[in-house]
Design a binder for this molecule. Structure first.
Ligand code: AMP
Ligand code: MG
Length: 491
């Protein structure tokens, strides 16, 4: 192997041993590169040619690691569906190390599906090709939409079979993150009363994320404030595109403000706040409309774990935590409202804008309108002659007309010019999102050996704001017989 093809830095592996289990990935039988994200490789300063070489693929499969890797599985805990689980951890993931990206900041390079670890409990440590490609394409689509997310560098077929409800081909995903530290990582140490570890973890995160927290009077309070703001902004961005994470457990909520742990996630077609896809979310805890309050709750768990670092005494720590948590709704509302103004083509701010947006959403829910298409068609709705496509999405088109009257009055008050408004709105309202039925069809084809639908979808999702008349079928909602009602974790 050539000298150091990947310049790993290993800041996490220098933390105390109780933070992780040090172990290498388990080699796989017959690695075959399925997908490599060349643009991301370039951003990371990695050599695409090497990554595609047998040595590169061997690394991406976990079969052979370059010098300088210090592989480990991270320990964490978490609330799963509200229930406390004191010991989770990477049960099927291995952090190979960190690399310095072109922006000067470190990124974690992690293999997912890389074999059992001491945290696997009864799991096999493996992943099936379907969920791996699902994470690959949905995370790539999120990045193209401008939403903070972990990235997917590569997918490798293992040549092995994994057994879920049925036998499936196995795969390994290479995941890239600003940090894999989760709310649950802090909870893990807080639950053990290990304040020294909490402090080291917080210092590590502050160093890794590179904000100005270290200079603050209380860096841990600054970390909490920044995390609350990042998380509120992230979930607002999800709401603005109709993304449903599906498993917002505290172990699946990162500290870096990136979307992480794509499992049974999906984009909504028909708008309804109660929409749930995940097969394991029978109570609807993580329904679309609940995501902001769940993120808020998760931030409360984060604040609680930080208590020992937040003040000189318990009262001042609790007061600091409460003040930080209480800022969540205003952060969320500000981001959501700013995003809604962009979606509605409003260039100025007026007091009633939030109500105007909420009124539209209520009418969309009542009228069973498609979320993505409503906003996209709204871009080119200029009045009676051109409202047809958007109003036709509503079961009761007259309900849209009523709303549009108020919207146009609002646009007129700011002297909005249709052509300019349209151009702005088309940059805020994607034509293409990874619609669940298209993702499922592409994955089924890929599993059967036909990559063409996956390739086509991936290429279209890379430019979600462009109109592509040739692939209108990828913008369309599912026909009744195409609707996917449940998505599976694939674990
Ligand atoms: P998730 O719901 O995917 O976030 O996973 C919850 C926990 O289960 C994490 O600790 C995972 O590492 C672990 N886990 C999920 N799938 C597997 C698997 N196939 N083998 C071992 N551990 C797993
Ligand atoms: Mg997880």
């Amino acid at each position: 192997m050539p000298a150091a093809p990947v310049a790993f830095e290993n800041t996490y592996s220098r933390l105390p041993p109780r933070f992780f289990a040090r172990l290498a990935p388990t080699p796989v039988a017959a690695p075959r590169l399925l997908r490599l994200n060349a643009a991301l490789a370039a951003d990371l300063g990695l050599d695409e040619g090497w990554l595609r070489s047998p040595d590169g693929v061997a690394m991406l499969a976990g079969n052979r690691l370059p010098d300088g890797a210090d592989p480990l599985a991270m320990a964490y805990a978490g609330h799963q569906f509200g229930h406390w689980v004191p010991q989770l951890g990477d049960g099927r993931a291995i952090l190979l190390g960190e690399v310095r990206a072109r922006d000067g900041k470190l990124r974690d390079i992690q293999l997912k599906g890389s074999g059992p670890t001491p945290f696997s409990r009864n799991g096999d440590g493996r992943a099936a090709i379907g969920p791996v490609l699902r994470e690959y394409i949905v995370s790539d689509a999120m990045a193209a939409l401008g939403i903070p997310t972990t990235r997917s560098l590569a997918a490798v077929a293992t040549g092995e079979t994994v057994y879920r409800e049925r036998a499936l081909p196995g795969a390994v995903l290479t995941r890239v993150a600003r940090s894999h530290v989760r709310v649950g990582t802090f909870q893990y140490f807080a639950a053990r009363g290990d304040t020294a570890a909490l402090r080291e973890l917080a210092d590590h995160v502050i160093g890794r994320l590179g904000g100005d927290e270290a200079a603050a009077e209380n860096p841990y309070r600054a970390l909490l404030d920044a995390t609350v703001a990042r998380t509120a902004a992230l979930v607002a961005r999800w709401q603005l595109v109709g993304f449903i994470h599906g498993v917002m457990n505290t172990d699946n909520m990162g500290i870096a403000g990136e979307t992480i742990d794509y499992g049974p996630c999906a984009f909504m077609d028909t708008y309804h706040p109660g929409t749930v896809f995940s097969s394991i979310d029978s109570g609807g805890r993580y329904a679309y409309g609940n995501q902001p309050r769940i993120a808020h709750w998760n931030m409360a768990q984060f604040a609680q774990s930080l208590l020992p670092l937040l003040g000189a005494d318990e009262n001042s720590a609790v007061a600091a935590a409460q003040a930080a948590i209480d800022a969540f709704p205003s952060h969320f509302e500000a981001e959501f409202l700013a995003g809604m103004r962009l979606k509605l083509g409003l260039a100025t701010a007026e007091d009633g804008d939030g109500e105007l947006a909420r009124d539209l959403l209520e009418r969309m829910a009542a009228g069973r309108a498609d979320f993505t298409l409503t906003f996209r068609h709204l871009c080119s709705a200029f009045g009676a002659d051109t409202d047809g496509p958007v109003r036709a999405l509503f079961a009761d088109p007259a309900s849209f007309d009523e709303w549009a009257t108020a919207w146009r009055a609002r646009l007129a008050r700011e002297g909005s010019v249709d052509g300019e408004r349209q151009a702005r709105m088309r940059r805020a309202n994607p034509a293409f999102v990874p619609r669940n039925h298209r993702v499922e069809a592409a994955l089924a084809a890929a599993e059967a050996g036909d990559d063409a639908p996956f390739e086509e979808l991936l290429a279209v999702l890379a430019r979600p704001f462009d109109d592509r008349p040739g692939v209108a079928h990828l913008a369309a909602p599912p026909k009744p017989d195409e609707v996917v009602h449940a998505t599976f974790c694939g674990t």
